[in-house]
Write a protein that binds this ligand. Structure first.
Ligand SMILES: [Zn+2]
Length: 315
């Protein structure tokens, strides 16, 4: 089968081994996949990953033991594969399983391949009204929704989002749904236009220390420091970024201003599927380019351009 593999360098392998389906795994024929900033970071050396890349996908179940009810269905898949036995799994936090592997990120083959074997407990059937294009966004949209698992955002809050990229544009849309006073700091005309189209304020700058909640989706080391400039005393900074470089920030301000700093990562797939089914989040406008799997190297170059929104791989 074909696969996009990383082993020091990125390449398209036309003779990759077919996945061997074991235990409760389903064999999924990938239909479409999305390139995420994390994929770009992996290529740059993050996590020292080697193997097949890709963790945003939709595919069709074609084989597996005990998955008869799923054969022929379109599915999306959660990326954390938990052991189900450790103390964190027992406490209902499988996404933080101590022995987890992660699809396309950590000791688990990814989805930029013709086929992926994934445990059925991670799979969610995609309703017919959600297109393949839209289904690719379930994973990042779930990650955006995870903010609400981590903090309470009041409809009265002033919320500032920085980093209007692939993930930030999803976070902005789910924040809009609760009616808070939301501003997104943008530098690019395209992002500003889209945000305005959704009725969201796109601004150049915000006054210092006025926001109750600041969400950092920048993915840059400077983002955290900017967020500290904007948050008011006793406010909350939410980190949605993984940083390739270590942030330099004045942590004394966290202590003196009594700022809460909250991390959040992977989120609830069923909620993301419901929002897409209801048409409450516009993901189609976020698609900028699409490539075939054979053109994956070009697709990665395109995705790495500053300000680029979603690049899809079409199988
Ligand atoms: Zn576990």
């Amino acid at each position: 089968m074909r696969a996009v593999t990383l082993d020091g360098q990125l390449r398209v392998d036309h003779h990759a081994a077919m996945p061997q389906v074991t235990g409760d795994q389903a064999l999924i024929k990938i239909r479409r996949a999305g390139i995420c900033n994390t994929d770009l970071e992996l290529v740059a050396g993050y996590m020292n990953y080697s193997g097949i890349l890709g963790h945003e996908f939709v595919g069709e179940v074609v084989d597996g033991r005990g998955v008869d009810d799923l054969i022929g269905r379109r599915v999306v898949g959660e990326i954390n594969v938990a052991d189900g036995t450790c103390d964190l799994c027992a406490r209902g936090i499988p996404s933080q399983c101590r022995n987890r592997s992660t699809v396309g990120l950590d000791r688990h083959p990814g989805a930029f391949a013709d086929y992926l074997a994934l445990t059925r407990q991670n799979l969610h059937v995609v309703p017919d009204q959600i297109s393949d294009d839209q289904a690719v966004f379930v994973e990042p949209l779930a990650a955006a929704l995870q903010i609400f698992e981590a903090i309470h955002v009041s409809p009265r809050d002033r919320v500032v989002l920085i980093g209007a990229g692939k993930l930030g544009m999803l976070v902005a849309q789910v924040m809009r749904l609760i009616g808070c006073d939301l501003s997104v700091v943008v530098r690019r005309e395209q992002q500003a236009r889209l945000l305005n189209h959704w009725g969201i304020d796109a601004v150049d700058r915000v006054p210092p220390q006025q926001a109750q909640v600041v969400i950092d989706c920048t993915g840059t080391a400077a983002g955290f420091s900017s967020a500290l400039d904007m948050v008011e005393p006793r406010g909350t900074v939410v980190l949605k970024s993984t940083y390739t470089a270590l942030p330099q920030a004045d942590l004394t301000r966290v202590a003196v201003n009594e700022v809460r700093v909250i991390g959040s990562r992977c989120g609830p797939f069923p909620a993301a599927l419901r929002l897409l089914s209801l048409g409450l989040v516009d993901v189609d406008s976020l698609i900028e380019q699409r490539y075939t799997l054979d053109e994956a190297l070009e697709a990665f170059s395109a995705a790495a351009q500053p300000g680029k929104l979603k690049v899809l791989l079409d199988f």
